[in-house]
Write a protein that binds this ligand. Structure first.
Ligand SMILES: [Mg+2]
Length: 152
């Protein structure tokens, strides 16, 4: 499956929302961002199972900056969709959604915003909504993906 992850408040904390992976002060100075503890292992395991992992964010960070941060943690993703590309594609589809994963052939999108889950119900795409405070977020994602694999 093509699985997409949101960045802000899902994988990258806004302040001190959740525990993060170790990062050196130097890396921070060079603009590498903190990521949620367990992210590398989760993405690596999903890829090992044959899934393709993507980033789908409505932030205007450049793809290059996002790739650099992920690379620091040993993470390699297939596609990165930032807000610049998202707006261009959704405008061309006359879509008013904030995110529309099917436009990028993403089968399931993981996000912190309930609103994205509501849009999923409205526009017919699948989401997993994870709160920043959710300590069992990885278990939740793995369980939901197993459920979905039986449907898709
Ligand atoms: Mg978010």
């Amino acid at each position: 499956m093509n699985i997409s992850f949101d960045l802000d408040s899902t994988l990258i904390p806004n302040g001190k929302e959740f525990e993060t992976e170790n990062i050196s002060k130097v890396a921070k100075l060079f603009g590498i961002e903190e990521i949620r503890k367990g992210t590398s292992k989760l993405i690596f395991n999903l890829q090992k199972q044959g899934h393709k992992v993507h980033i789908y964010t409505t932030s205007f960070r450049s793809k290059r900056k996002i790739r650099r941060t992920l690379k620091y943690y040993g993470i390699k993703v297939s596609r990165i969709i930032n807000e610049k590309e998202n707006r261009r594609v959704l405008n061309s589809l006359n879509s008013y959604a904030s995110k529309f994963p099917p436009a990028f052939n993403f089968h399931i999108h993981i996000d912190d915003l309930k609103g994205v889950g509501i849009e999923g119900e409205k526009y017919g795409f699948k989401t997993i909504i994870i709160k920043p405070s959710d300590k069992d977020w990885i278990i939740k994602i793995n369980n939901k993906l197993k459920e979905l694999e039986n449907i898709i």
